[in-house]
Design a protein around this ligand. Sequence first.
Ligand code: NAI
Length: 781
Amino acid sequence: MEIRSAAVIGAGVMGSGIAAHIANAGIPVFLLDIVPQAVKDGQGNDRSVVARTAVEKMLKTDPAPFMHRKAAGLITPGNLEDDLDKLAGVDWIVEAIVENPAIKSDLYRKLDAVRKPGSVVSSNTSTIPLRILLDGQSEQFAQDFLITHFFNPPRYMRLLEIVKGERTRADAVEAVARFCDVALGKGVVTCKDTPGFIANRIGTYFMQAAVNEAIDGGLTVEEADAISGRPMGLPKTGTFGLIDLVGLDLMPLIAKSLLATLPADDDYRRIFRTSPVIERMIAEGYTGRKGKGGFYRQQKLPGGKRSREALDLGTGQYRPQQRTALESAGVKGLRALVDHPDKGGRYAWRVLSQALTYAADLVPQIADTVVEVDEAMRLGYNWKWGPFEMIDQLGTGWFAEKLAAEGKRVPELLAVAAGRPFYRVENGKLQFLGVDGDYRDVKRPDGVLLLSDVKRASKPVAKNGSAALWDIGDGVLCLEFTSKMNALDTDIMAMIRKAIETIGNGKAGPFKALVIHNESDNFSVGANLGLAMFAVNIGLWPQIEAGTAEGQATYKALKYAPFPTVGAPSGMALGGGCEILLHCSAVQAHAESYIGLVEVGVGLIPGWGGCKELLTRATVNKKRPGGPMPPIAQVFETISTAKVAKSAFEAKELLFLRPTDGITFNRYRLLADAKKKALEMAAAYEPPQPVEIRLPGPSAKMALEMAVEGFALQGKATPHDITVSKALAFILSGGNTDITKPVTEDDLLALERDAFIGLVKTTQTIDRIEHMLETGKPLRN
Ligand code: NAI
């Protein structure tokens, strides 16, 4: 079966977010909730007000649940009294109502009466076992039912835990799992029907252990967070910061539901504690960031400054936040961390030894293999490494010995490992250790190609300090950036030219196409500003000019290469990272791509062909009549306000992507999709023809400048914004030209270069670059 339509029941936090994400994928979805008693009592006449309000609210939420505003139109709000018959037409019904088995059961009976034969129903429950949910339901319902546990917020959290019952149809599970993987982009992890499934079970235990040990070990919240964050490969908030983020009031609720269902001998029961301080905080409204504060609190002081305070775990009083001086927080590697003799090191060992033991005890109880557990913690809790990858870093033998030396029980699975790692690479293939003690290959689903797998199995075709070329099979070469934050530098430019040279005309082979892709969080944050600043500081103007020209020439060579080039970004593609995509023959973008030309933030204009490409694209693709001005004004607005698309769909609206460029929802499928596109194009590839456009010159420049001065009068533009915008206006109007003369790409590149060099010499631009390097934020000078 295939899922072409859906309905979500329950328009609360999760239900509305799930509906939005289904709509993001282009699938029509009904969103139903109860008719509020107040409406029944005559207050207002919109019986679907709950769902309708939820959709309206989501259009204003940041970060946005919708990838593009048009997606909201795919959601049809309704209610459970008037619209139940609509469910007869849908393939998949997701239930996301209150966490109460009796209320859910009652709803399932209603759904079963109206839904079409063969449709699938799933629950988003986070705690109720499937067998309890199915109590008293029809046999047919049991066959069509499973749990799909999304994480909050559904668009952004990649994990989806799936639990199937003994009677659930295999093809129903397959259809939902495939839809969630391919269409919604989720990392689907199959779990057993046990309390809290995988991620919340281990995550909750970890947090409880981290809180207990901080209190017992006399650590401040800052110290505990300095250790239980980045050094452990966990989100940088650390434990207390994370609890503030999710809400202190949620913790007792999760604990209560786990305690109600966990086995009697579960170790969580041993470490679970209530804390009078935390109970008092919740009662008084100190529920974290959403409340009056949590373990941390920020307050506005007179004069606009902010006070940063942290809770003293002993007294329960706030005091000024302190910098932590723990040496252990700065060590490299987990082993060095837990081995460190200071109290941070001891804390790390006490927390990790308990949490990793707990995780090891749960396989195969909660999942068939260690692979699912690691994946769930990475995707659901944003851990850099799953628990078994962490144990491997410590060494299974070392970990078991240390536990034994402390008189602690060694988990069965560690005995099975007998000093061998949970993961190994054999003949270039990643393998995991099964519970039976045998290694097996980690299997990737069809349509998944990971660069990390290619890298394990082969040597690079070429490599330098900032980039590498990989053979990803079938005649496709992949260019990977490897520099810090994938900042672009001369080594990357050299590797682009090396790729062009390696592929040649694409006919004499081994290679016929290029994909540009990497597996970092961000595709590229743009040019390496540190290097630029170094050159500026010693006045290397000719080198800066040469660097600009080199970037332009390299990107141009990429654009006119005799073989197809496909950019495959995920995360941020900013500045020069955006410009490289603009020069590719096509792009296959991850849906979560954040693309933009943000150079004005550091007092510059896009100088590697970004102005040229966006302008020619807007002019050539111009849909509406109205002379040359509308596309120029559109591009001017996009660049001068440093607009960043917050999804691949928005990138199409801003012209960073073409209408024909592809969008992949699942990051794991991005490289395979990009490769497929490259091969399709390679079959009959012709490089693009050079473009000439006609631009109005000074009259357009004057019009744009007037607009800028208007912004300045409204206080929306700073003095240097005006300088930068005027330089941009000169480029986009075509320089000293008029509408009768053709402007070539090289003419536009020359204008970019002149403007770039002019700006980089100003002290205000230098101040902006320095400020960005120091603080990561733009300076508004
Ligand atoms: P919520 O409280 O935000 O929304 C629940 C919705 O259910 C409300 O819109 C309410 O009007 C509706 N509802 C109440 N009684 C109903 C009834 N008798 N029939 C139909 N609808 C009714 O709850 P939330 O957080 O969205 O949770 C929904 C489900 O998702 C729960 O099963 C929860 O365990 C699960 N979940 C929640 C997560 C979270 O972070 N909030 C994460 C993952 C799962």
